[in-house]
Design a protein around this ligand. Structure first.
Ligand code: AMP
Ligand code: MN
Ligand code: MN
Ligand code: MN
Length: 277
């Protein structure tokens, strides 16, 4: 059975390794088919594809698009995309705009909370000036000892009601689905267990996603707990969605699960990659 990982980040967004280094890290852990899915950016795809080929891995070009739906941020992964598609490229460029200004506002709030210099501090971790992310602030807050881990940062800072939370309006679901469709890709709702929706709201998201042509969700992801693997397996069966799997890798030692430790999809699911490899 092929070991498939369809959700990973490089330093082109908020990961720490260059695309080729992520490929090597995944391969070393036994991955046979791999997608790079940086946030709102496809700048790493060509280097990732070349590295994957050299390492003998199947490669899937991907992207993880930030979407605002019902006032919450939802991530939609596009897989098997043409990274040069002009509609996709223009859409992603527009959605990245505003991250720098948001970063300055995050820093201003942290300064008020007694942590000065966070913009410059976070910037040291930024690999792509267009893609300043909360993750970069989280790494800086760990560096200065404000928190012990990035997970603790997201409990104490940068999230709703906490210092350094700056609400941001991303793409809407229809736009993101349109960009993925234009690029010939297939859309997957990323880590559905991470959103704080009621069952009703989640059902509405799934229905709207399906109406817009979506038919896959992530089931086994480093962003789910093992209980959630079962919950979303059941929901995938109920909705007839294809199932995806990926670590959501950002950095060695930073993610909940490493490549080698992520379990396979539960049985009775149709993998999103069923006719790709
Ligand atoms: P942004 O796109 O700038 O809002 O940053 C979102 C990123 O922050 C996500 O892609 C994750 O990498 C990271 N993140 C968000 N929430 C958490 C959390 N609770 N624990 C760890 N990382 C998180
Ligand atoms: Mn991230
Ligand atoms: Mn995500
Ligand atoms: Mn991700």
């Amino acid at each position: 059975m092929l070991k498939v990982d369809l959700h990973c980040h490089s330093n082109v967004s908020d990961g720490v390794l260059a695309p080729a280094a992520v490929a090597a890290y995944a391969r070393k852990d036994g991955v046979d088919a791999w997608a790079l899915t940086d946030h709102d950016e496809v700048g790493g795809i060509k280097a990732a594809r070349a590295a994957a080929r050299e390492l003998g891995m199947h490669f899937v070009a991907g992207v993880e698009i930030s979407v605002t739906w019902a006032g919450e941020t939802v991530h939609v992964v596009g897989l098997q995309i043409d990274e040069d598609d002009p509609v996709l490229v223009a859409g992603l460029e527009a959605t990245r705009g505003g991250r720098d200004a948001r970063g300055r506002e995050i820093a201003a709030q942290l300064a008020q909370a007694g942590i000065p210099g966070a913009y410059e501090g976070a910037l040291k971790y930024v690999g792509n000036p267009d893609l300043m992310s909360r993750t970069h602030f989280a790494r800086y807050l760990v560096e200065i000892g404000a928190c012990d881990s990035t997970a603790e940062v997201f409990r104490k800072y940068l999230t709703e009601g906490k210092p350094g939370y700056v609400p941001h309006r991303w793409a809407n679901l229809e736009q993101a689905m349109g960009w993925i469709r234009s690029a010939g890709g297939i859309a997957v709702i990323a880590h559905p267990g991470r959103y704080r929706f009621s069952d009703t709201a989640q059902g509405a998201l799934f229905d709207e996603f399906r109406q817009l042509g979506g038919n896959a969700i992530e089931v086994v992801t480093g962003s789910h707990t093992p209980d959630q693997y079962q919950t979303y397996a059941e929901l995938a069966r109920r909705y007839g969605f294809l199932a995806s799997r990926g670590t959501d890798f950002h950095a060695p030692g930073e993610s909940r699960v490493e490549f080698a430790a992520l379990p396979p999809l539960p049985s009775g699911l149709r993998p999103v990659w069923h006719d790709w490899f």
